[in-house]
Design a binder for this molecule. Sequence first.
Ligand code: SF4
Length: 422
Amino acid sequence: MASPETRTAAPHPAPGALVPGELLAAARPEVREALEAAIAGRELSFDQGLHLATSEGPDLQALIAVADQFRRATVGDVVTYVVNRNINFTNVCFVGCSFCGFGHGPNAPDAYSHSPEEIVRRAREAWERGATEVCIQGGLPRDLDGFFYRDVLRAIKRALPAMHIHAFSPMEIAYGIEKTGMPLRDYLRMLKDEGLGSIPGTAAEILDDRIRKELSPNKLPVKLWVEIITTAHETGIPTTSTMMYGHVEEPADWVRHIQLLRGIQKRTGGFTEFVPLGFIHEKTRLFKRGHARPGAARDEHLRVHALARVLLHGAIRNIQVSWVKLGFPGSLACFAAGANDFSGTLMEESISKAAGATHGEYVAPEELRALIRSIGRIPAERTTTYNIRQRFDQEPSAVAGVPARLQLAPVDKHVPYGEGSY
Ligand code: SF4
């Protein structure tokens, strides 16, 4: 089902060929052994993964160096991005995740909901500005019609047949099944037939029911998340995969989570990428209750991205940075720690503000390319499923179909909720 590139395991490079020997030599023996096992193409045990997940100082430097070499061996020096628009069609949600600053009650003064017509209007604007993808997710209003998701797909495809629709988290799929009473497989087939191109692997947070109870007792359990994702893959719908870190979880939870994803990928080949999502603590009940860390520090961001590259080597080819959560300096640092994809331009709210607003969640393709070049890598625009549309080995003076310069997101711009753009 997945594109051939997501199925193909990367060749394992020869150990001596790529490991900076002095970095490995400086690492603790257990970290060195784990990294050497990974280089030799062996699947790491939980304990080996945990040594890497708790690495600091010289151990962390060795992990990052190996992750960077794995990235180069797998995808080379290209850093990809997709031109897309995020459409979060409602912020009304009853689920009440404690880490979320996005969901509102239906009577809240700033509650909003977009009709399918408004969603199409936004998708059309994005298309006219060069977007190839719309990423559509929203809250879960109690009165949502279970066929609303189908109707949105139908309306967009009628207006824009070639637009890739990346939409509806496993939580939304679970809600659609509950509302319609349809079997999961039939519901997914219906969405695919109406134009669903891929599914964001959000609502994963940490795939451990004990932690999920603390973060969001009303959210779908691990078993159902896995069932929806694997059924989507079997139905020919690729998905992304995500993990939220920097809150109440511990490094052991990262290892279990990533190894669970690796196991799914071995069975289905349906993940296009893995996206670590740093917890943004401001305005969240979870942090205000004193139950969570205030997000990850810089080393933790690097450790998680590098750990993911090493544990997923030979399985998931693409490690994506979330620039809305990391900011640009943090994103660029993660490109030296195993990451290879910059996510998307995310035009939500930006188009209407492009004429002069100073805030927004958008970065122009030219800005992404300049950032990629600043670290000596090669920018390339991709499709949602990682086919390269255009490599920018040399920057053309004008890029057809893309406005000269829109708005550059502030480097510290964060999105304080768990769902979004993935
Ligand atoms: S994270 Fe999603 S499901 Fe949870 S409260 Fe926020 S909008 Fe609702």
